[in-house]
Design a protein around this ligand. Sequence first.
Ligand code: GLU
Length: 294
Amino acid sequence: MSAGRFAPSPSGDLHIGNLRTALLAWLWARHSGRDFLLRIEDLDRVRPGAERRQLADLRAIGLDWDDEPLRQSERHASYAEALDQLERAGRTYQCFCSRREIRQAPTAPHAPPGAYPGTCRELTNAQSADLRRRRPAALRLRADVSKFVVQDEIHGSYEGAVDDFVLRRGDGVPAYNLAVVVDDAEQGVDQVVRGDDLLASSPRQAYLGGLLGAAIPTYVHVPLALNVTGRRLAKRDGAVTLEQLRQHGVDAFDLLARSWGLSGTSPVELLRSFDPTTQPTGPWVFRPPTSAGR
Ligand code: GLU
């Protein structure tokens, strides 16, 4: 199977920037004859009712998807299986560091900024047992590279840091990077269209996917919507959700279509003129309507 996807975290309502990325992910998938799948990334930060409203908003802008949305909270067995596989291959180790300790540890020469310094990499069994009594362990990947290159349809060949990143947090919750890789592989996702805030995570994910025997997807990291001050658009920027825009009489679909240089009244209609090679690659600035005018 060949599929694209959109993977929202149900932490609140989607704003126009999220919907814009979702529409583009749908266009890329459908244009290339792929399935389009949804995944609810609800391991963390869940707000009651948000999933239902997010799905309703995606439907309201005319998107459709194949299969039932996958919910990460129901997939612990798959994550545990992947962790087992990595553990058996000697690819994991327990880590007892707090964030503060990581920040304060001396960094290895040439290590990329923010990389885990490797403090717990070579602990003996006795040291681990002793530390475990004091603090729950996170599980980290034992990476054997410090960089990895992915191909991105917008950014070209992109090289980014890979460190011993966390696979399972100290509280037992699978880490985002693990869940994304396991789910994309299991859902047959071979095209990842998402915000470019995640570009820097893609080398880690692609590398981990390789260790788990997954094929590396095609990446398309699209510019995020910005507010008028040039920062990433957020709910606090005003009328940014579909409901709020509706209240201001704004035709959100038209706005979304034009933001991608397209015109039409439905996603299917946009497909006719959609050309992945002539997409705007710069940022899109959104000015929320005010009650004084549109
Ligand atoms: N759930 C993530 C988000 O809402 C997206 C993860 C992904 O697309 O890989 O930012």
